[in-house]
Design a protein around this ligand. Structure first.
Ligand code: NAP
Length: 267
């Protein structure tokens, strides 16, 4: 099975901290010596990452932006790095919403969360696909790697919109993989449990969550093992328990449903 060890050039969106940063550095350290393009909004963090090695390149972007800006980002990236053959979507934000206090729910935060965690990722996948499909026609494998969450399977009531965005991205990962099954584009979904990162800092929850989260190093080892093997789904820790319990048969059912739809439309 092709895995990330076969990639020549990997773009990591959301590489300025947490999971994205750890994966970017671990991929950079692979024996295959890929180029790693690190991306995010904070330039000083990108510059710090670039100091880790010559094969680390930077491409600053705010993915929560206009379609034209996203198109320009993708066009520039592909023309600067024609060998680009893997895109990891680690960018994400999380907000707490309390429906018992509706007046505290900020629609701007709600929209930012949907846009960052789902809409922009959907658009970027669509914009990168022509390039990846061209590689596929030449027989080269490529990788689309959405990072969802255990909360895409079992939602957390404290972060209802976040859970919904992750469920949407999880569903997209399944359908994308089914449609691309006859190409060389591999869709690899990583489903993390609660992991050490900066995701919860702005909520003031980090001191409590740090007592129970999975250390970043441990998570990265699991995620890298799955990426190297090319596992289509990489659930880790508690997300793995939820995946085994609630997702059994779901992806096979989606495949049967898709095949039925295809056979109906071909008759
Ligand atoms: N940590 C967990 O417990 C956990 C659990 C399950 C799933 N996840 C998922 O794992 C992924 C990584 O999260 P993390 O825990 O590593 O969080 P993190 O440390 O907060 O990292 C989030 C990354 O997303 C980037 N980002 C946010 N908004 C962006 C935007 N508009 N444009 C470009 N980049 C943006 C940030 O970079 P800039 O601020 O520099 O732009 C940062 O690099 C996320 O998708 C998250 O939902 C995390």
């Amino acid at each position: 099975m092709p895995g990330i060890k076969d990639a020549k050039c990997v773009l990591v969106l959301g590489a300025t901290s947490g999971i994205g940063r750890a994966l970017a550095l671990a991929i950079h350290d692979l024996d295959s010596k890929p180029t790693v393009i690190v991306s995010g909004r904070r330039q000083e963090r990108l510059d710090e990452l670039a100091s880790h090695g010559e094969r680390i390149k930077t491409a600053r972007v705010d993915i929560n932006t206009s379609e034209d800006n996203l198109k320009k980002f993708v066009t520039d990236t592909v023309s600067n790095y024609p060998d680009l053959d893997a895109v990891i979507f680690s960018s994400g934000i999380q907000h707490i919403f309390d429906f018992t206090k509706p007046d505290t729910i900020d629609f701007n935060k709600f929209q930012d969360e949907i846009s960052t965690n789902y809409i922009s990722i959907f658009k970027l996948i669509v914009l990168f696909l022509p390039h990846l499909l061209k590689l596929s026609d030449k027989g080269r494998p490529s990788f689309v790697v959405p990072i969802t969450s255990g909360l895409s399977i079992v939602p957390s009531a404290t972060v209802p919109d976040y859970s919904a965005t992750k469920a949407a991205l999880h569903s997209l990962s399944i359908t994308l993989r089914l449609q691309l099954a006859k190409t060389n584009v591999q869709v690899i979904e990583i489903l993390p449990p609660l992991v050490e990162s900066e995701l919860h800092d702005h909520q003031g929850k980090t001191p409590v969550l740090s007592k129970v989260w999975m250390p970043l190093k441990e998570f990265t080892e699991h995620a890298m093992a799955g990426l190297i093997r090319g596992d289509p789904n990489i659930p880790v820790g508690t997300a793995s328990q939820d995946f085994n319990h609630f997702e059994k048969g779901k992806q096979e059912a989606a495949q049967k449903f898709y095949e039925r739809m295809l056979s109906m439309s071909s008759t």
